[in-house]
Design a protein. Structure first.
Length: 138
């Protein structure tokens, strides 16, 4: 649920042992853009103690789960984790000037990661599109 709403996983760390520790103690950041009801449900799902964790029947009764959502049309641009992003060479040059390696950014884009590298890439791509320097990608 967290990954579906946020576009990235709740537990991330480049150091595997630190990642496992975060998972075991349930250490994660709740983004502010998530609704209060969704935050409440996510927090109850990610409780590390199975005896205290919310059960499926209670998830189904939760106010967030009961809401009716309007489906998102696939024609509205990038869908994180689904849309394959074309690599724009001009954006890559700017990212390299900012200290990103081309290989790292390409791997993150290919994996549909949501991190600082892909965020910078998308923002620069949108800037170039607005300025008419490249054709709109999505």
């Amino acid at each position: 649920m967290y990954a579906l709403i946020c576009g990235f996983l709740p537990f991330e760390d480049p150091d595997t042992s630190k990642l496992y520790k975060k998972i075991l103690i349930g250490e994660f950041h709740m983004p502010e853009f998530i609704s209060k009801e969704a935050q409440d449900l996510i927090a109850k799902i990610l409780v590390t103690d199975p005896a205290r964790r919310i059960r499926i029947k209670d998830i189904k009764r939760h106010p967030w789960f009961q809401k009716k959502f309007t489906p998102v049309c696939e024609n509205y641009g990038l869908v994180v984790g689904y849309t394959q992003v074309p690599i724009e060479p001009r954006v890559m040059v700017d990212l390299e000037k900012l200290g990103f390696t081309k290989d790292y950014v390409e791997r993150c884009l290919d994996a549909n990661k949501h991190n600082h590298a892909t965020t910078c890439y998308y923002l620069l791509l949108q800037k170039y599109e607005r300025e008419g320097k490249i054709e709109q990608q999505f």
